[in-house]
Design a binder for this molecule. Structure first.
Ligand code: G4P
Length: 526
């Protein structure tokens, strides 16, 4: 039996971040195939084509053929226990997507080589950067015509502000794609080979190809050598420490669809990706290998069985070992209870978990006791992990009860769903009208669905469109007459003042006119 420490150090828990269509699903699927977690390619993809994955619990998910909330996939590779946390894209993008990044120890960023850094990648990257977690970059679709690799590296630096170290370098692209020059493993990996033994070609001491091959006569080879020289002379130095600090991103080129470069990526990734790291609590830093069980809830998924009001709380273990039936205390309330119903997540099945350790994600059945950000601890002392950050919503709706006679259930439903973290609530200053904020449209749909299903309350939602939310630092300097339709002043649920600006222009105009008022975005706080 491995010791707790050995078990914990074998964990690699990460999320894949990307813009829709960059190839996240395809890459995930290939990784799961390597890990033997799925047998057929297409299992993860099934979600999109109407073959519903077991993680698509909610009715609304089934209707739309998507996964409302991120799910978790676990597999073993070499000596590692790998946990991949999915971060949904498109309309199913929500606060959960951001919060999932609070539960991982590193992130893999997939970039479409023809498109470069796109909007959603930028948003998600910002959250990873704020946490200072290592970010590994996989530049995908080299089997197609792409942007020049040097231009892609420049984009990483300019758009995201992160330095990079290419672990390998493409030789040609698209129809002329020959393979990758693997700086890290000192070999060339061929894209098209007749037999598997020819896949890797060795390099000599000077870094050139050590064997005879036609590619040596090609201009692509010369160009690659020139670029490698440039990287050696003017590029960043490889630094394990800077990778661990999230300051330097190792870059890998490949093609997920053709399964090229994926295994090389996975093996190198596992070598440098961190195991669970210590986390801050109000009782000091908690070591992941310490015996006391603890962790926090980063997501709650409701309505898996419409006949019951049960929900599943996604729980990241941060220290110790989980055993089914153990007693845990919810720090927020001080209440202790036995955890007898828990679940582990697999790509094509959910199964009961009996044991799990720091780094793992487990699902806890919840009958309405948990909120997002809650800490659970086994034994004493009790402590609380750092609060999860509030993310600035971008979409807003005005909400009211359809039936004025049903105000009570309307208020109860809103209160509980807001507390749970499903949606954000704002109120206008005098009329106290309710405004809901979300980072993705689907959050509103889920809200409407759950209000009706769980609280028997039909709601009217009037879209207000997208707004830029900025909190006010010096509230005493704010006068109510600054509020108008282009810069609407509201209160968040903690009573803090927030301006909702119509667009970037309105925000800049306001800042020019009111220099004294200090505005901030919650993500800039840390
Ligand atoms: P996502 O999860 O990031 O949204 O992307 P996904 O993996 O679904 O990939 C988006 C599209 O890009 C898919 O094509 C997929 O086959 C393609 N793709 C992924 N990796 C590569 C690659 O390395 N090379 C090439 N050429 N294409 C790649 P689709 O036509 O939208 O879907 P499908 O018809 O293949 O299912």
């Amino acid at each position: 039996m491995a010791s707790l420490k050995e078990e914990v150090l074998s964990r690699r828990t990460f999320a894949i971040i990307s813009h829709p269509d960059a190839g996240k699903t395809t890459l995930t699927e290939k990784l799961l195939l390597f890990g033997g977690a799925i047998r057929d390619a297409g299992t993860v993809k099934g979600k999109k084509t109407g073959k519903f994955a077991t993680s698509d619990w909610m009715e609304i998910e089934k209707q739309r053929g998507i996964s409302v909330t991120s799910s978790v996939m676990q597999f073993h590779y070499q000596d590692c226990h790998v946990n991949i946390l999915d971060t949904p894209g498109h309309e199913d993008f929500s606060e959960d997507t951001y919060r999932t990044l609070m539960a991982v120890d590193s992130a893999v960023m997939v970039v479409d080589a023809a498109k470069g850094i796109e909007a959603q990648t930028k948003k998600l990257f910002k959250v990873c950067k704020m946490r200072g977690i290592p970010i590994f970059t996989f530049i995908n679709k080299l089997d197609r015509q792409a942007k020049p690799p040097l231009e892609l590296l420049a984009e990483l630096e300019e758009v995201l502000g992160i330095e990079s170290y290419p672990m390998n370098w493409p030789i040609g692209m698209g129809k002329e794609f020959f393979g990758i020059y693997d700086r890290f493993n000192a070999r060339i990996e061929q894209f098209r080979t007749e037999n598997a033994e020819d896949r890797f070609l060795p390099l000599d001491e000077e870094g050139g190809l050590a064997v005879e091959h036609d590619i040596k006569k090609s201009s692509l080879y010369d160009q690659m050598l020139e670029e490698i020289m440039l990287l050696e002379e003017a590029g960043n130095e490889f630094s394990k420490e800077r990778i661990a600090a999230g300051e330097l991103t190792p870059v890998f080129f490949g093609s997920a669809l053709t399964n090229f470069g994926v295994q090389t990526f996975l093996e190198t990734y596992l070598q440098f990706a961190p195991p669970p790291q210590p986390r801050q609590s109000d009782n000091g830093e908690v070591d992941p290998t310490s015996e006391q069980f603890s962790g926090f809830i980063f997501k709650i998924q409701a309505n898996m069985n419409p006949a019951h009001r049960d929900r599943i709380a996604f729980f990241r273990i941060c220290s110790g070992k989980f055993e089914r039936g153990m007693s845990v205390t919810l720090t927020r309330t001080g209440k202790t209870s036995k955890v007898s119903q828990s679940t582990q997540f697999l790509a094509d099945d959910r199964s009961t978990v009996n044991e799990a350790v720091s780094g793992d994600i487990i699902g806890l059945y919840d009958t309405g006791n948990y909120q997002i950000g809650d800490t659970l601890v086994g034994g004493k002392p009790l402590f609380q992990y750092e609060k999860l950050p509030q993310f600035a919503p971008e979409l807003f709706v005005k909400v009211s009860a359809k039936n004025v006679m049903k105000q009570k259930s309307f208020h109860k439903g809103i209160e509980q769903l807001v507390q749970e973290g499903a949606i954000q609530l704002y109120k206008t200053l005098h009329t106290e009208s309710y405004i809901l904020g979300a980072v993705g449209q689907l959050q509103f749909e889920v809200f409407e669905h759950r209000m009706k299903g769980e609280y028997n309350s039909e709601v009217i939602m009037e879209p207000m469109g997208s707004k830029i939310a900025r909190w006010v630092e010096n509230e005493e300097d704010v006068k109510e007459n600054l509020s108008n339709s282009r810069s609407l002043l509201v209160k968040d649920r903690h009573g803090k003042l927030v301006f909702l600006f119509e667009n970037e222009f309105a925000l800049r105009w306001f800042q020019d006119k009111n220099e004294r008022i200090k505005l901030y975005h919650p993500l800039d706080e840390t």
